[in-house]
Design a protein around this ligand. Structure first.
Ligand SMILES: NC(=O)c1ccc[n+]([C@@H]2O[C@H](COP(=O)([O-])OP(=O)(O)OC[C@H]3O[C@@H](n4cnc5c(N)ncnc54)[C@H](OP(=O)(O)O)[C@@H]3O)[C@@H](O)[C@H]2O)c1
Length: 425
């Protein structure tokens, strides 16, 4: 076995990069030889930082023949994609935390890495500090996984938890989250579900061993959730969470999506609050397991990145073909169902005129669209002589539900469809 220090280059020294730098200080066998940043003169909250390692030119890492492993920790597609491809070409293994890149360009970079006999590891990209990628590739490899349900975005889980516990509006909690640094100034990627969609794309690809394309993932964010929905859900025995899910049916057709969901209060995911993330997985022979923990942050994410670095470092001292089990080449594109053809249960909140026959009209519209009702609740009449009516349907087809919503919008009995949220089945 070679006895030498493994040399790495960090591209990016932000939240994740700083955690990686600080964590690697205690690993003598790993040497950081260069760190690329955007602005060398920026103040950094790293006590023992060797500023002589910093460069504003990431190609000083990419083209450095001494470097064994490149850690891409800048995010986004460009220049991350080009830097990874060029690093692989220069003979380097890759560790990345870049969920967007993996979801949009995963197939390309994995095939490229394989061509050059290099490894790309990405434990931090899906659930931050929760180990889920390595377990699926290794100790769970004997399973046929057919279902994943997960909370993969801390910002939206924080907002929904606060709305639930404090009875606050989405706008109020978002503003507070931005002040506290839990939400970005531009929160779109989190609150519209893009971040969770990137993550479930990568996770489902790995779990189903078939390529899930990001364009086949249905996505809906949390911006339309009202405190009234939170309260109504609670009264009915549910919590509302942004759930990223992936299912594979017996005909090998995948259903991958991100949207708010009513989940029973006693379910495991209903207890995952604030910025905590969780992944529930069902497979054979393991059955059902849930892993939960910190999905983001300097040190939890560094834990995963450093784990990946050490896995590669140990291998490259001993073999020319490292980590065969952990390579990724799922090129078969999965057949995916259109959301309109899926079967779901629904929570429907309607604002109705306080007229006789309203409940009958709601029942008729549902019946005309082949939708059976599990419950229908009207608690009181508001001062403007309208009433909020909450409906829970039985399982029915999304297409039928959308047609029913159209009919409610046109009904003389209904003022407004307040919200339509899917319910876990
Ligand atoms: N933050 C988390 O908790 C978390 C969790 C899981 C995954 N991730 C993923 O990890 C990656 C990094 O996230 P982060 O939160 O650490 O980002 P961040 O705090 O914004 O840091 C980005 C770093 O990249 C550097 N950088 C940007 N463009 C560059 C360029 N062209 N060349 C060289 N350096 C460049 C920046 O330099 P300056 O410092 O000079 O500005 C900064 O150090 C992203 O892919 C993200 O999705 C993050």
């Amino acid at each position: 076995m070679e006895d030498r220090r493994i040399k790495i280059g960090l591209i990016g020294l932000g939240t994740v990069g700083s955690g990686v730098y600080k964590t690697l200080e205690s690993f003598e066998e790993i040497e950081i030889v260069k760190i690329a940043v955007k602005n060398k003169n920026k103040n950094r909250n790293i006590q023992n930082l060797d500023y002589s390692l910093l460069t504003e030119d990431p190609y000083e890492i990419v083209n450095n023949p001494e470097i064994d492993i490149v850690c891409e920790l800048i995010g986004g597609i460009n220049p991350a994609f080009e830097l990874i491809e060029k690093s692989i070409k220069q003979g380097k293994h890759i560790v990345t935390a870049n969920k967007e890149l993996l979801a949009k360009k995963g197939e390309e970079i994995f095939n490229f890495a394989e061509k050059y006999n290099k490894v790309i590891l990405y434990e931090a990209a899906v659930a931050g500090g929760i180990p889920i990628i390595m377990p699926i590739k290794t100790i769970l490899a004997g399973n046929k996984i057919n279902k994943l349900e997960a909370i993969l975005n801390g910002t939206t889980n924080y907002i929904l938890t606060k709305m639930d516990t404090e009875n606050s509006s989405y706008d109020e909690v978002l503003k507070e989250s931005q002040t506290l640094g839990y939400a970005e100034a531009d929160p779109t990627s989190d609150v519209e579900g893009y971040d969770a969609a990137y993550k479930i794309t990568t996770l489902a690809t790995l779990a189903f061993k078939q390529k899930i394309r990001i364009e086949d993932v249905y996505r809906e964010g949390i911006t339309k959730i009202r405190s009234e929905d939170m309260k109504a859900a609670n009264d009915l025995g549910y919590k509302i969470k942004l759930i990223a899910s992936a299912k594979m049916d017996d005909e090998n057709c995948a259903d991958v999506r991100v949207h708010p969901m009513l989940i029973p209060k006693n379910s495991t995911l209903a207890h995952i609050n604030y910025v905590t993330n969780a992944v529930s997985l069902t497979g054979h022979p393991v059955g059902h397991i849930t892993l939960s923990g910190p999905g983001a942050g300097e040190f939890p994410t560094a834990s995963s990145v450093v784990g990946d670095i050490l896995a590669i470092a140990t291998e490259i001292k001993t073999t020319d073909y490292p980590l065969p089990m952990m390579r990724c080449n799922h090129n078969k594109i999965a057949k995916c169902i259109n959301i309109l053809d899926t079967q779901n249960k629904y929570y429907l909140s309607l604002n109705a005129k306080n007229n006789k026959g309203v409940i009958g009209n709601i029942g008729n519209i549902c019946a005309e669209n082949d939708i059976s009702l599990e419950s229908i609740v009207q608690k009181y009449v508001c001062s403007d002589n309208t009433a909020d009516i909450t409906v829970i349907t039985e399982t029915c087809c999304e297409k039928n539900m959308q047609n029913a919503v159209k009919a409610f919008n046109e009904s003389e009995f209904i003022n407004k469809v307040n919200n339509l949220i899917r319910v876990q089945i």
